[in-house]
Design a protein around this ligand. Structure first.
Ligand SMILES: Cc1cc2nc3c(=O)[nH]c(=O)nc-3n(C[C@H](O)[C@H](O)[C@H](O)COP(=O)(O)OP(=O)(O)OC[C@H]3O[C@@H](n4cnc5c(N)ncnc54)[C@H](O)[C@@H]3O)c2cc1C
Length: 435
């Protein structure tokens, strides 16, 4: 028999960085979110490492700025090379704002800080529960109904517990922050087909023996790309594009990845990596997928569930944190000042027009689909440019990059890679302008 849990204001599905950021920002505005996460343990591996200035500002509002700075490495410049020489330097120190750099913090650390923050705010993350299905919740319905299944196994028998392993939950609003592999967007009819880019990459985090310091280095060669970023604790991340004929072979068995990464990095950059220095490895094929809509009924998508994009360029998590900023404002507004049936007049008469659910969906979709699409297409273009192989294409690329990085355009490109030019900030103020 299903256990029924009480009615909630805001249920957040997924305790990745985006789900937790939505929860933390909702608490900041006075709401009581309820977080459900299917995993029982923290994930392994660093994944996202580049925290853009805007994300740092948002996390700063939660009081996490100092802790992030203590755990991170500020990257103030990125050098772009081809196989022969340095083509130019991208200088982040000239970008506007309090954080003129990209802060490198492994995603596990960002998640840990958010988790600690939620604990301090008495927000429990209900781990070991998978949201199996949910009803969209039309405006006329007062809530969304969610079916949950316990993912925990009994420590003695190794099997799921026989009793109370399913539960039902009702909520006024639901945030689906269940990531790229989540199923909820599809259930809500909001999914769209993924578009895989025709490149494969291997990556690893290594003890750093390179003496490259706190700068990022990108090698765009005629044989494929290599990227290298400093990490905290004396480590460095190396990412190499696979030669196309090896991609299929490697994707079957990841054990060869480190050896292949070492070989490609040495051939394209001259740096020697040692497999015993590698603390985490992964491989990936970039994918883009933008949901067909950002929200339906009382359910909103956020993070990778809304906009998955190539990790090259480091914009995925940052875009999700920006979703969290706007969505938390909208949800809290909906919870605190429910619009009347017509969706137009406030409860106190003095606030002017209130936020109706349909207006909230429109504001959110307009801003976040636009920002997500923009970030995804930039990440895609950046991936294509960096991954171009062959002498002719590579030669044209080198000429263009050299010209751009040694012209006034360099400053704009630095702002571009720091996501200062993504169009979302103005939309965030749309909510506050309503009062
Ligand atoms: C190699 C790599 C490098 C990257 N580098 C960067 C970078 O430098 N900068 C950047 O901004 N981004 C980067 N990204 C992207 C970044 O990791 C993602 O954008 C980010 O993890 C998205 O966060 P999320 O919270 O939306 O989803 P996720 O992190 O995927 O979290 C989703 C959560 O939902 C849970 N879940 C799923 N379904 C259910 C369910 N039905 N019920 C309950 N729980 C559920 C999952 O267990 C998971 O914990 C990188 C990604 C990769 C793979």
């Amino acid at each position: 028999m299903a256990t029924f849990w009480s009615m909630q204001q805001i249920v957040i599905v997924g305790a990745g960085p985006v789900g937790m950021a939505v929860a933390a920002l909702c608490v900041e505005h006075g709401a009581e979110p309820y977080v459900v996460e299917r995993r029982l343990q923290a994930r392994e591996g660093s994944r996202a490492i580049g925290v853009a200035p805007a994300s740092l500002e948002i996390l700063g509002r939660l009081g996490l700025e100092q802790a992030m700075l203590e755990r991170g490495v500020p990257v103030r410049a990125a050098y772009v090379h081809n196989e022969h020489r340095v083509l130019g330097r991208l200088d982040f120190s000239e970008i506007s704002g309090r954080h003129p750099y990209i802060l490198v913090v492994p995603q596990v650390e960002t998640e840990e800080l958010l988790r600690q923050h939620l604990t301090q705010q008495d927000v429990a993350v209900h781990e070991g529960w998978t949201v199996e299905s949910l009803s969209a919740g039309a405006e006329s319905c007062e809530s969304v109904r969610l079916q949950l299944q316990r993912t925990e196994v009994d420590v003695v028998t190794g099997k799921p517990p026989l009793s109370s392993n399913i539960a039902e939950l009702q909520s006024q609003y639901v945030v689906c922050a269940d990531g790229f592999r989540g199923q909820l967007a599809a259930q809500l009819g909001l999914s769209s087909p993924p578009h895989y880019l025709p490149y494969h990459f291997v990556m690893g985090d290594f003890h750093d023996r390179s003496a490259l310091g706190a700068d990022a280095h990108l090698w765009f060669t005629s044989f494929g790309a290599v990227e290298s970023f400093p990490l905290p604790a004396g480590k460095r991340r190396w990412i190499a594009q696979l030669p196309s004929d090896r991609s299929q072979e490697l994707s079957k068995d990841g054990t060869d990845d480190v050896a292949e990464l070492e070989r490609l990095v040495y051939e394209r950059t001259g740096f020697s990596l040692r497999s015993e220095d590698c603390s985490w490895r992964s491989s990936f094929q970039p994918v883009t997928r933008i949901a067909s809509e950002a929200a339906v009924g009382r359910c909103f998508l956020a993070g990778d569930a809304l906009h998955a994009m190539s990790p090259i360029g480091g914009q995925g998590m940052n875009s999700g944190i920006a979703d969290a900023e706007l969505l938390s404002e909208l949800l809290v507004e909906l919870v605190r000042f429910p619009a009347d049936a017509a969706g137009s007049h406030g409860p106190h008469g003095s606030h002017g027009p209130q936020l109706s659910l349909s207006r909230a969906r429109k504001v959110y979709a307009k801003a976040r689909l636009r920002a997500g699409s923009s970030a995804a297409s930039r990440a895609g273009v950046g991936t294509h440019i960096g991954s171009l192989r062959g002498r002719v294409g590579s030669g044209v690329r080198s000429t263009l990059i050299q010209a751009a990085l040694n012209s006034p355009l360099q400053k704009h490109l630095a702002s571009h890679f720091a996501m200062r030019t993504i169009p979302y900030r103005r939309a965030a103020h749309a909510v506050t302008r309503m009062h």
